[in-house]
Write a new protein. Sequence first.
Lengths: 311, 178
Amino acid sequence: MSFPHKHILGIEHLSKEDIELILNTAESFKEVNLRDIKKVPTLRGKTIINLFYEASTRTRTSFEIAGKRMSADTINISASASSVVKGETLEDTAKNIEAMNPDIIVIRHSASGAPHYLAKRLDCSIINAGDGAHEHPSQALLDLFTIREHKGKIEGLTVAIVGDITHSRVVRSNIYALNKMGATVRVAGPGTMIPPGIERLGVQVFHNINEAIKDADVVMMLRIQLERQGKTLVPTLREYSQFFGLNTENLKLAKPDAIVMHPGPMNRGVEISSYVADGSQNVILDQVENGVAVRMALLYLLAGSEEAREA
Amino acid sequence: MAKTETVILDQAGVSRALTRIAHEILERNKGVADLALVGIRTGGDHLAEMLRRRILEIEGEELPLGAVDITMYRDDLDSRGSLPMGKTEIPFSLDDKRIILVDDVLYTGRTIRAAMDALIDFGRPRSIQLAVLVDRGHRELPIRPDYIGRNTPTSREEQVKVEFDKNHVPIEVRLIKP
């Protein structure tokens, strides 16, 4: 019963069973991260290349630690420090790396579809660590893991996601993931930040944070992606914060045991007040901790998948 | 092709074997000092629990109990692929303890090798002894059990299965011929 996929390009094409397998496997790996000697020989001799065309603290470090804890050889390539600055194309970069026989390439790129582009042209397994505004599957999986850890289940929960929905790959992956697992998803943000037609993905749309988070079990705040578009979609950050920021007052509208999540990095005082960011309901650091376990599970399942090995 | 299944140990037989093994452990180790039980998932973990209960009945002492899942330590990722994984739970320090590693069926010895690698990642036990319910032969590594419930010579095509009920109590051991 091996994992029936050669790549992890997005949540859209994963089944509920695939997701449960990933989460259950991640549970076992989480224990490794709590030991004194955080090392298991599972992927000894495997080569994993992290190819990051965009800045990243969490995701890249998380994938690197995940690979190293499983005894794989993990190499990080940051586009800004590579021959990409000399104009080398994505395909050439990838083909040259492939000539060194990696087992898995983890790629983050600003163009939606970049991982799929590589998956069609290379022989090794590809993991999408974030492509443009499209998907960020490992983030959604670690979000699910964290929700399941705190709430015991995902089915039947109400999850409210507030922020720049249009430009968020985290939201898209989470919408697919939460729907597959039976949660109710609400998105909220200013009109300029919610793509028309998003209801078709199976979410309720709100333009008022109070309504969106009322009685929610999970409140997920997103950063305004200032670096992704030069133009402003809100008059000022202060106005955004006034209308869509999470603070101790409006958090009371959610269920009393609601958890607060954020994929990071946070803009303190913009989408989330410092009080809430440092408060007891937030599980943001748990998300990061769980990220390593979930990524270990992904690397393990791909390295051992028949689809990957038969190629 | 129909498979023939024979019961090589029934419930009473399993129970007597476990009682004898518990006594042997206490005899050889001259009591319970620094002893701890670690079962190998799945199967060995339930048997380790049964041994713990027996030892409690005999000596009045409850030994520390852990369970190890060796899926991450296997040597066959490329041939057998990613297998379902259980959780390792060792809620005590292994340092300087005499560990009794427990498994249900001993065959090639590779599972035991993986389990020892896992234990040594957790700490430095003073010694590791091995208790198995059934030894079916065909060792591929230099590994030998200290305590054996039952020796059963088998051929490679056969299988040995230990059945547990829903309370994880061993019911019987079956030999399955193809």
